[in-house]
Each structure stands twice: as structure tokens, then as C-alpha cells.
Design a protein. Structure first.
Length: 269
């Protein structure tokens, strides 16, 4: 508990005047998942609640993949936002969050970060982080009709070799060495980036982030392996991201648009 309290003090100091943008700021020693915890708490929590876990024992990626956070080795941060907008209005928000986080990391001296549709942060061809958007719909007894959005961001700060994943991974220490920010400094910068992305999305939707995403897109023009939910796989060429956040691909000479909920993609070359 002492380490969590010290980290929270450092986080509040790093947030500075921006702390007023958050309904609550909390740091805990260990959780199964910051996203899962905020979803369990539900709509009663303060809007724009920020939750940081020093250790995450059962973090989740897309399609339920496990993403374990070793103690102190990875940023595991989630923001809860209450909204009365339909979920369709938030389509593409992970792309906007990815852009905001990638640009925020540049202030630490990381200029080579790229984005892999729909939610991965990459250094070279190795994953250094990811974004997961989840939601909890209003209950039948709800009078205000608010939906809870939870935006989770995980960034590898210093891995310990215990991650069992099926793709290359890297961390900030590999890129920055002694210049690697503390967990509190990283959490402050990323937390502000998330809330900036939410505010921009409210005003302009994905249009606010799409031009910048195109600059950071690591898939465009590359041959992809496209794996569907039933396990079937096809090959296509990435053409970029459409205005609704779907992935444009050319398969057998025909352009198609893919939803992130339906497929996983990996570059083949």
C-alpha cells in the first residue's frame, strides 16, 4: 500500500493543473485488470475516473487474450467515461487514443513509434503497448440511460521476460535506457492523452485523428494474414483505414472493409 500511495502522490504532482480534468485518480498495488475493475464498479463512479495498477494479474487484450503486467514493469491504466451517446458514436476511438498516446510519448524522445490497426503501439515491428475499449450498457432500471466506457492503455516500461505472447515485444527501457520515465510520469502523460482523445472524439469523431493515424500506420501497403473468428485465414493487402475506423484491404483484387471485432491481422512481410 505504501508504494501505491507514493506512486499516487507522484502521479498527482505530474498531472499538475490537469488533475482537475479527472473525477478521481487512484493507484492500487495489484488488480486482475484495471478495465475489469472499472466495469465492475459501474456507472456510479465519478466521470473520468483514472485507475492505475502497479501489477495486473489478468489483463486482457482483444478477443480475450491475456496480457499480464509484471509488478512495476508495465503501465496498466484505465479511464472510465460516462456518456449518453450511442456506442456507434465511439467507433474508432481506440485509433484516436492510439494517435494521442503515440504523440504524447514523443516528449520522452520516442520518435519511431507506429500504430497497428486497430489498437497496437509498435516500436519497429515489436509491440510496446496496446489499447482496449470496453463498455457497460445502462441497466433496465437506469433512468438516465448512461453508458460506461472504459479505455485501457498498457505500455511496456521494463519487461522481465515472463510475458508469454505470440509476437515480438519490446519496452521503453530498450528504446530510452536511463531516460525512461518513471511509472508516475508515464501515467500522467498517457492519462492526459486519453482524455484529450476523448474530448477530440466528442467534437469531431474519428476525423480528428485519422490524418495523423495515416502517418503512423505501419500496415498500409503491406501484405497481411487475416484471421477470422472461425479460424479461417486469408491474405490481403492493407490499403489504410476508412473514415468509420474499419480496415480497408484488397483481397483477390476486391477492396473490402474489416471490423476489428471480426478479425486479427498480422503483416506477412
Amino acid at each position: 500500500m505504501r508504494l501505491a500511495a507514493e506512486t499516487r502522490d507522484a502521479l498527482l504532482a505530474a498531472l499538475g493543473d490537469s488533475v482537475d480534468r479527472f473525477g478521481a485518480v487512484e493507484v492500487v498495488d495489484s488488480l486482475d485488470s484495471t478495465n475489469a475493475e472499472l466495469l465492475r464498479r459501474g456507472i456510479a463512479q465519478a466521470d473520468a475516473s483514472l485507475l492505475l495498477a502497479l501489477e495486473q494479474t489478468a489483463g486482457r487484450g482483444r478477443h480475450g487474450r491475456e496480457w499480464r503486467t509484471p509488478a512495476g514493469g508495465q503501465l496498466a491504466l484505465s479511464l472510465a467515461v460516462r456518456t449518453q451517446r450511442p456506442l456507434t458514436d465511439w467507433q474508432g476511438l481506440p485509433l484516436g487514443v492510439g494517435v494521442a498516446v503515440a504523440d504524447a510519448l514523443r516528449r520522452f524522445g520516442i520518435d519511431s513509434i507506429g500504430l497497428k490497426w486497430p489498437n497496437d503501439l509498435l516500436l519497429g515491428d515489436a509491440k510496446c503497448g496496446g489499447i482496449l475499449l470496453e463498455s457497460r450498457l445502462p441497466s433496465a432500471a437506469s433512468h438516465d440511460g448512461e453508458t460506461l466506457l472504459v479505455i485501457g492503455v498498457g505500455i511496456n516500461r521494463q519487461l522481465d521476460g515472463s510475458m508469454a505472447v505470440d509476437q515480438p515485444v519490446t519496452d521503453l527501457v530498450a528504446a530510452l535506457g536511463e531516460r525512461t520515465p518513471s511509472l508516475a510520469e508515464l501515467a500522467a502523460v498517457v492519462g492526459i492523452a486519453i482524455i484529450d482523445a476523448v474530448d477530440a472524439h466528442v467534437l469531431q469523431g474519428l476525423a480528428a485523428a485519422l490524418p495523423r493515424f495515416e502517418q503512423l500506420d505501419v500496415l498500409r501497403g503491406r501484405e497481411l494474414g487475416i484471421v477470422h473468428a472461425d479460424g479461417s485465414e486469408r491474405v490481403g493487402t492493407a490499403l489504410g483505414v476508412a473514415e468509420d475506423g474499419t480496415l480497408r484491404v484488397r483481397i483477390a483484387g476486391v477492396e473490402q472493409r474489416l471490423l476489428s471485432a471480426d478479425v486479427s491481422v498480422r503483416p506477412r512481410r
